[in-house]
Design a protein around this ligand. Structure first.
Ligand code: MN3
Length: 203
C-alpha cells in the first residue's frame, strides 16, 4: 500500500479567475504528485493508516518534507471551492470575534501572516487543542501545522509555485483573492469536529 494523489472535487479551471487552470494543473499533478512519490519512497512504499501519526513520529527530513507536502496540499484542495462556499457558522464566528476582535481583524492578521512568511511556506488558522482558542501562524516550507497541539482549520500555500504564473511577485493580490474561494462549509465541519477534542489530551 502506498499513498496516492487525491482527486480534486472540482476541475482545474474551476477556481478561475482566482487560481488559474495551469497553476492548478501543475500544482496538483507535478508538485503534489512529487511529494506523494517521494513520501512513498522514503517509507519504502509502506503507507501507514494515519499520515498525521507518521508526521508526528518519523522525524527524518524526507518524511517531514514530503509527508508534510502531501498532508498540506491534501488539506488545501479541500478548503477551496469554486466561488467560495458558505460562511463561518455562528460558533466559529463567535470564536473568531473572541480571539481576533472581528472577522475583519482575523482577515487582516491572516493576511499579514501570509505576507510576512519569508520565502516558502504556509499560513494557518488552527484550533489549539488544549486552550480551545484559535491561532494564526505560519510554518516554513512543508512543515505541518503543529499537528501535535493544533487542529488546522484553514491553510494557505504561499510558495511561489502556488501563484507565480498568474500573480508573479504580487503575493498580496493572491492572498486577498484567496478569501473569495474558501470552502467555509468544510472549515465549519473541521471546526465542529475539532471542538469536540478540545481538552482531551494532545494526541
Ligand atoms: Mn504547493
Amino acid at each position: 500500500m502506498t499513498y496516492t494523489l487525491p482527486k480534486l472535487d472540482y476541475g482545474y479551471d474551476a477556481l478561475e479567475p482566482v487560481i488559474d487552470k495551469e497553476t492548478m494543473q501543475i500544482h496538483h499533478t507535478k508538485h503534489h504528485q512529487a511529494y506523494v512519490d517521494k513520501l512513498n519512497a522514503a517509507l519504502g512504499n509502506e503507507a501507514q493508516d494515519s499520515l498525521e501519526e507518521v508526521l508526528l513520529t518519523n522525524v527524518t527530513s524526507a518524511v517531514q518534507n514530503n509527508g508534510g507536502g502531501h498532508f498540506n496540499h491534501s488539506f488545501f484542495w479541500k478548503i477551496l471551492a469554486p466561488g467560495g462556499s458558505g460562511k463561518p457558522n455562528a460558533d466559529l464566528m463567535a470564536l473568531i470575534n473572541k480571539c481576533f476582535g472581528s472577522y475583519e481583524k482575523f482577515v487582516e492578521e491572516f493576511t499579514n501572516t501570509a505576507l510576512t512568511r519569508f520565502g516558502s511556506g504556509w499560513a494557518w488558522l488552527s484550533l489549539d487543542k488544549s486552550t480551545g482558542q484559535l491561532e494564526i501562524y505560519s510554518m516554513v516550507n512543508q512543515d505541518h501545522p503543529k499537528l501535535n497541539t493544533h487542529v488546522p482549520l484553514l491553510g494557505l500555500d504561499v510558495w511561489e509555485h502556488a501563484y507565480y504564473l498568474k500573480y508573479q511577485n504580487r503575493r498580496p493580490e493572491y492572498v486577498k483573492a484567496f478569501f473569495s474561494i474558501i470552502n467555509w462549509d468544510r472549515v465549519n465541519h473541521l471546526f465542529t469536529e475539532a471542538s469536540s477534542w478540545v481538552g482531551k489530551g494532545s494526541s
